[in-house]
Write a protein that binds this ligand. Sequence first.
Ligand code: UD1
Ligand code: CA
Length: 464
Amino acid sequence: MDVSAIIMAAGEGTRMKSNHAKVSHKILGKPMICWVVDAAHAAGCDRIVVVIGSHADEVRALLDSAYAGSDVTIECVEQTERLGTAHAVRVALDATGIAAGPVVVLNGDLPLISPNTIRSFAQTVATGEQAAAVLTMTPTNPFGYGRIELDADGSVARIVEQKDCTPEQDANLLECNAGCYAFDGAQLAAHISEVTCDNAQSEYYLPDMIEILKSAGQSVSIFHCDDYREGLGVNSRAQLAELTAIARDRINARLMAEGVTFIDPAQAWIGPDATIGRDTIVWPQTHLIGHCSVGEECQLGPNTRLTDTRVGNGCVVDETVAIEAVLENNVDCGPRAYLRPGTHMLDGSKAGTHVEIKKSTIGEGSKVPHLSYIGDTTMGAGVNIGAGSITCNYDGKNKHATTIGDRTFIGSDTMMVAPVNIGSDAITGAGGTITKDVPDGALAIERTQQRIVEGYTERKRARL
Ligand code: UD1
Ligand code: CA
């Protein structure tokens, strides 16, 4: 079954009071539009068309960077004038030539819709017997949603927007349009131009297609979504927060079912593209953003934020910020470690307290325990970096590399002025500024002689 998806993301999003496109706002670190695109893709939609308009460049750039190198292809269609949802679909049909097969139309502000719902929903029009189906729900608060009005025979008659409702309709029609539709492409293309803008908002409403198709003698059905939370839309910051909490609970519940412990599941924000292995313990204030994977038997947090980071098994990641880093197995980080892009911590290595590491490999069992900066460095196995040691990798213009061999001991407060190579089994004396290469097995000491001034304190006190 070749299913096309049209995702409408051109609206102004006025109620967000934002300088950015509504669909660019993130839920658990992922832009709203990507939740919808991913759901459509996972549901098996072969063709994904996104209608952009307001902040078009921002949304196009966001989609480009989110899906570069992935197997998801997106066609962006620009709706230069925003005349309503039916107009958005019409622009998409005109630009793409879609005029047959099942077409799923999704609001771009519908982030929690599941692939399963879209899939079973698309099936309803696949046989050609039905011209359209609308996903409906009964939210606890129906405010703002289009309401389903039924015919005497119990089938859907029309959808009435809240702003066009009579007070009776507003009070009594509690079944709402979720903003997810399946159409037979031929019927959609044949009738979309019949939608008018004779309503409270003077907009072309896509939900009007239901009544239009019915009066054309077509069969149209409603598809009730038992879990209304899947169908909630985001129009305001309050709804953004509400959906973030729902998404968080849903993800954490799944992870707990898979064997992950949460000290407090309400205080951990795990993104939809993260995986966590069994017996890992997630402490409060842990955030996993983007494509993170965490193995088994780890401890995450408290106060840890990982972005696009891979963590192996048996790691302790306490009060750590890591971005595009890789931690192999049994790595120990924090409290207060900052691992920047390109950090690769090999098995059993450690990045301790107030330690910053960038674009460096920390070898097996090597330790950077306290107050250090390591950048552009390749470090062997079994190295110990003394407290306060720093790789001076930047000369004000260029970045330079440092290499450190195996089993080397860097004394506390060593400044390694790059480019510099320190061999294996070497030692640097505490407080040294190392500007020349250190051969294997050597001691490098760079320090002025200590002077002793006897009786100094007594004489100084006598002067005061
Ligand atoms: C819409 C539905 C409503 C439904 C609700 C579900 C209409 C007229 N109403 O209302 O029945 O209950 O969604 O959440 O469709 N958009 C465009 N171009 C436009 C206008 C809108 O692309 O010209 C996009 C928006 O970016 C948004 C989506 O369409 O992603 C829905 O628009 P929005 O204004 O949020 O509609 P609602 O008032 O929420
Ligand atoms: Ca909406």
